[in-house]
Structures are given as structure tokens and as C-alpha cells.
Design a protein around this ligand. Structure first.
Ligand code: MG
Length: 267
């Protein structure tokens, strides 16, 4: 099923996208019992498909990307956190920070895994049973704050407001045969900047769930950002950073396209 979250007359609501292009209201709780009703809805403003209780992100998880950064392939998943407040809706702007300024804001296309039910100590074999579905993410990163000004922590550079666009569609796990066989791309102003496949992950989706749930309970709605392939702006020669007026699209096979404009932070 392809699920969207939108702003309905009484607040955020979920709907299923039907093959004929219509949308049907979903009743119940995506993280409990829910069903697709017969009621057709005209979606309002499209929201990020989930309001996560946690965003767990993995760095250097594609081989070619680990090599382009000169860091080498990690021995175990490299976890960092993004603030849940930095989630941005599809179509809404990525804001370039101007008070705590950055001149090195970068894109990262990522497959986002949405956890469907409470998960602790999952085995690799059972790991995907805990997945509700998948969506597209842009792990926007202020490289200056990530690498040099953040006290050795990624959190600051990864967690500015608007730095986690998600969506627009949550595709349930039954529709994705193998999350590690999907093409994934970033398109900046019409130019392809990243173009690879999730098969290049160092730690695949089951391995990440097994690893993460071994130390912490994964709550329903948790988003796992699974890393980005090579081609990020900071590693290009010369580097390419986002600027006001840009448009960034993240495309993932079988999931869809997530597009956001780039603007200066509003005063
Ligand atoms: Mg990333």
C-alpha cells in the first residue's frame, strides 16, 4: 500500500493512494490496527508521512561513499541522531541557516525505514517484520557544523530546522521485495548528483535493525536513515553546496520522488 499523510479538515490524517489515482481515508492507527475505508478523500497539504519519536541515522554506510570521504568502510554501523524537530514536509523549503550560519549545506539521498511496532533485540531473520514501510529522505547536512564546528559530534550539523525532508509516500514493506535492491538518486536543479543502488550498503536494512535494536528499544514510528551513496556535494571537485533558489529531488525506485526548494532562513 502507498500511504500519504495530509492536513485534513480536522488535522493530520492518513490516506491510501489507489491505483486509479484516488485517495481513500485510512481509519485507525498506522502503528496499531488500521484499515482503508471506502471513503474517497481529496488530500490537503501533504505532510511528512510520519512524525517520528526518534531519527536514528547511519553514517558512511555505502562503500563508495565511505571511500570518497577518505574514512574507509566502518567496522560497525556509525550511529548519529537527528533532532525530530528538523523533519520537513515534501514541497516545503530547506532553509539555509543564517543566524547560526552555514555556507556548506549539502544534500544526501537516503532510504528511510519506518519502524511499525516496538522492537528490541530483533534477529536479522525477523528484523523486517518490525518495519511498517519505507519512504525517501534527504539527510541535509551543514558540513561546517558537522565536521569542524560541532565539537566532534554530527548532531549540530545534521539537526538544523528543516534538515530532514521525508516523503511523500510511505510504501508498506509488502510492496518492497528487497530494500537493498533499489536505485536511489539525487537530482539538483535537473542535474543528477547521486545515482546508485541500495545494494551498496555496508550494513543492509536487516543488519541495521538488528544492531540498533540490540542497544535500544525502537519505538513505533522511529525513522532509520540508512546512509547515502557517493556523490555528495562536499566530496565533489569543486564542492557543490545548496543555495537559495535551488530545487533538490530525492528519487527511490518503487517509492517515489521527494522534492524541496531551498531558501534562506527567514529572519
Ligand atoms: Mg546521511
Amino acid at each position: 500500500m502507498r500511504i500519504i499523510r495530509h492536513l485534513g479538515p480536522t488535522g493530520p490524517a492518513c490516506a491510501a493512494l489507489m491505483p486509479d489515482g484516488s485517495a481513500r481515508e485510512i481509519s485507525g492507527d498506522l502503528f496499531g490496527a488500521y484499515r482503508v475505508t471506502n471513503r474517497t478523500v481529496v488530500p490537503g497539504k501533504i505532510l511528512a508521512p510520519v512524525a517520528p519519536p526518534n531519527i536514528l541515522a547511519i553514517g558512511l554506510n555505502y562503500r563508495r561513499h565511505a571511500e570518497e570521504g577518505g574514512k574507509g568502510v566502518p567496522e560497525r554501523p556509525m550511529l548519529f541522531l537527528k533532532s525530530t524537530g528538523c523533519v520537513q514536509n515534501p514541497g516545503d523549503p530547506i532553509e539555509l541557516p543564517r543566524k547560526l550560519a552555514s555556507s556548506e549545506v549539502d544534500y544526501e539521498c537516503e532510504l528511510a525505514v519506518v519502524i511499525g511496532r516496538t522492537c528490541k533485540n530483533a534477529t536479522r531473520e525477523r528484523a523486517l517484520d518490525f518495519v511498517l514501510g519505507y519512504t525517501a529522505a534527504n539527510d541535509v547536512s551543514a558540513r561546517d557544523w558537522q565536521m569542524r564546528l560541532g565539537g566532534g559530534q554530527f548532531c549540530q550539523g545534521k539537526s538544523f530546522d528543516t534538515f530532514c525532508p521525508l516523503g511523500p509516500v510511505l510504501v508498506t514493506r509488502d510492496e518492497i521485495d528487497d530494500p537493498n535492491k533499489l536505485s536511489i538518486r539525487t537530482i539538483l536543479n535537473g542535474q543528477v548528483m547521486q545515482d546508485w543502488n541500495t545494494s551498496d550498503m555496508v550494513f543492509d536494512v536487516p543488519a541495521l535493525i538488528e544492531f540498533l535494536s540490540a542497544s535500544k528499544t525502537l519505538l513505533p514510528g522511529t525513522v532509520i536513515l540508512t546512509g547515502t551513496p557517493h556523490g555528495v556535494g562536499v566530496a565533489r571537485k569543486p564542492p557543490v553546496f545548496l543555495k537559495a533558489g535551488d530545487t533538490v529531488t530525492i528519487e527511490i525506485e518503487g517509492i517515489g520522488a521527494l522534492t524541496n526548494p531551498v531558501v534562506e532562513e527567514r529572519p
